[in-house]
Each structure stands twice: as structure tokens, then as C-alpha cells.
Design a binder for this molecule. Structure first.
Ligand SMILES: NC(=O)c1ccc[n+]([C@@H]2O[C@H](COP(=O)([O-])OP(=O)(O)OC[C@H]3O[C@@H](n4cnc5c(N)ncnc54)[C@H](O)[C@@H]3O)[C@@H](O)[C@H]2O)c1
Length: 297
């Protein structure tokens, strides 16, 4: 299948492109940044905000499926208005182009930050957090991801051929970050585990980039199993914490204390049960295995 991946040179995109290609798909990787792809993957350097370049790209690639990852990927990385404008515009333009090009499937990256945790006033209605839990973004990045999800739903209402959906990947850990490279938040994974206050900022969520990539692949390969407008959490089933997460959670986010005991069996603060049920997604790469190998090396 011809798959167009936007943001293919990024932390998550590199794994998505690699996984799709390894499953036999014909992948075009689009980004403003170059990446040294091996033969078999078609690179396209293109600013997707440029309407002419975007139209030319979609006409040339004629995608049967689109995975949209490009955007401003970290809260507070850029001025708020820019984050809103870039992420919302890219989602509308890229997903509309996917529908216009006749793709049968288009999936966009959202984020668990839509839940709006990490403020003193945030209180979950229940734990673990599934996709039915209300969203309550408080920063421009989280709000931009709600706009991505609403764009998916809006386009799904009028698209009968293209199945549109969104994925909320947890804190994505790339292969080099398992090996000790500094993560998007400026510290290593080992440091994040040693100081629970660091991982508490994302409620101890994480996902291996390869595992997350497999969910994007399953979505584009099985459009008949996805209902248009669906949002999927894509988060490892265990928390990124050495100790019992319910204790750290209640200590560092006191407003969660009422529901924290629901996590006493070692499960993550987030549920990705929907992706398992609809698509058979089973994230298998855990920090206990991957970091252990790194620490031993
Ligand atoms: N990394 C995470 O932990 C995480 C978690 C949840 C959601 N996400 C989302 O997943 C997606 C990918 O995240 P990432 O960590 O790989 O980010 P990243 O910054 O590593 O990659 C994003 C890529 O998009 C490209 N890009 C930005 N604007 C573009 C444009 N106008 N035209 C073409 N390319 C453009 C960038 O050059 C970059 O390579 C983002 O949408 C992000 O919000 C990431």
C-alpha cells in the first residue's frame, strides 16, 4: 500500500516509516528536515504549510493511506499562538488533502496532554484514563491536540471513503533514548526513573516508538476495524516508575488520591484497551526490559 507519513524525520516518525516499510508498504516520508533513508523509502522535503508544495506532493505520492505526525511536538516549545496555528492548520490541510486524494485511511497524532493533567486543580473522574474520560486542556499544545481530534471528527462526518482517526501516543521513547540519549524534556530516561517528580508531569506514561508505530500501521492496514472519528490511547500498560505508582501519584498529584488505589495492581494511569480490542495492539516493549539491557551494556 502507498503510505504517506508526515513528520517522518522526527522521533516517532522515524519508527513509523521504518515499521511501515518493514511490513511491505511503499512509504513516502515527508518533512522539512532531511533524513538519510535507505533505498526503498521515498523522501520528500516539503513544508506542508505551503499549499502549492502540499498539492504537488499529494498528486505525486497518490497515497492510499496517510499518517500525519508533523507539527510542533512539545508544549511551550514555541509561542502559544504559533503552536495553535501550526498544529491546527497542518491537521486540517493534511487530513483534507488525504480525503481529497482518495486515501482510504488517515490517522493523526494527538496527545494524552488533552486530558489536562499537571495542574493543581485537575481531578480525574476515574482512573485509569480511557478515551471516554473528558478532556480539559490547559496549555496551547494540549488545546491544539483537541483541535486535531475535532478536525478528525469533523472530516469523518462527511467522508464515507476515508476512515479518519487519531492516536494519543504516550511519552515516546526512541531507540537512541533507550540507549541513553537525552529525551524531549532534556533529561535521560534513567534520570526520569530516579526522580519520580519528572515522570509525574506526564502521569508516568510512556510508549516505545516501535510499539506506537505498530498501532499506526494496524490502523492504516485495517480501516474496516476502525470507526471514523475514533481516538486511541497508545500507552505502555505499565507506568514509568520504579515504585508503586499509586503512591507517587497521590503524593505528587494529591487531587488524584481518591482514584489512585485503582492502580494498585501495577497498571498504568492510562488505558489503551480500545486499541487492543479494535486492532489487537499489544505494546510489548517495557522500560524494565529495554533500560535493563542498556544498563547492562
Ligand atoms: N514524542 C512524544 O512523546 C509525543 C507524545 C504524544 C504525541 N506526540 C505527537 O506525535 C507527533 C510526532 O512527535 P515527535 O516526537 O516525533 O516530534 P518531532 O518534533 O521529533 O517530529 C515532528 C516532525 O514534524 C516536522 N514538521 C514540523 N512542521 C512541519 C511542516 N510544516 N512541514 C513538514 N514537516 C514538519 C519536523 O521537522 C519534525 O521532524 C507530533 O504531532 C507530536 O505532537 C508526540
Amino acid at each position: 500500500m502507498r503510505v504517506l507519513v508526515t513528520g517522518g524525520s522526527g522521533r516517532l516518525g522515524r519508527s513509523v516509516v521504518t515499521v511501515l516499510a518493514s511490513r511491505g508498504h511503499e512509504v513516502t516520508s515527508v518533512d522539512t528536515a532531511e533524513h538519510p533513508w535507505p533505498e526503498g523509502i521515498t523522501p520528500a522535503v516539503c513544508d506542508l504549510l505551503d499549499s502549492g508544495a502540499r498539492a504537488e506532493l499529494f498528486a505525486r505520492a497518490a497515497p492510499e493511506a496517510v499518517v500525519h505526525l508533523a507539527g510542533i511536538a512539545v508544549p511551550f516549545a514555541r509561542p502559544d499562538a504559533e503552536t495553535l496555528r501550526v498544529n491546527a492548520t497542518l491537521a486540517w490541510e493534511v487530513l483534507s488533502a488525504a480525503v481529497g486524494a482518495g486515501a482510504h485511511s488517515a490517522v493523526a497524532a494527538s496527545s494524552p496532554t488533552v486530558y489536562g493533567y499537571n495542574t493543581p486543580s485537575w481531578k480525574p473522574r476515574y482512573l485509569p484514563l480511557d478515551e471516554e474520560h473528558p478532556v480539559a486542556p490547559w496549555h496551547a499544545y494540549g488545546l491544539s491536540k483537541v483541535m486535531v481530534e475535532e478536525t478528525v471528527r469533523a472530516l469523518a462526518r462527511t467522508s464515507d471513503k476515508c476512515v479518519l482517526s487519531a492516536v494519543r501516543p504516550g511519552y515516546v521513547v526512541s531507540p537512541e533514548e533507550w540507549r541513553g540519549a537525552v529525551t524531549q524534556q532534556g533529561h535521560t530516561l534513567s534520570e526520569r526513573l530516579e526522580d519520580p517528580a519528572l515522570a509525574a508531569g506526564s502521569l508516568f506514561n510512556y510508549v516505545d516508538a516501535h510499539d506506537a508505530a505498530e498501532l499506526f500501521a494496524l490502523i492504516v492496514e485495517n480501516p474496516e476495524r476502525v470507526t471514523g472519528g475514533t481516538v486511541y490511547n497508545a500507552i505502555a500498560p505499565d507506568p514509568l516508575a520504579r515504585g508503586p505508582v499509586e503512591a507517587d501519584l497521590a503524593r505528587l498529584h494529591p487531587a488524584t488520591a481518591e482514584h489512585a488505589p485503582a492502580l494498585a495492581d501495577g497498571r498504568a494511569v492510562f488505558s489503551s484497551e480500545r486499541a487492543r480490542r479494535d486492532l489487537g495492539w499489544r505494546p510489548e516493549r517495557t522500560w524494565r526490559d529495554l533500560l535493563h539491557q542498556t544498563e547492562e551494556a
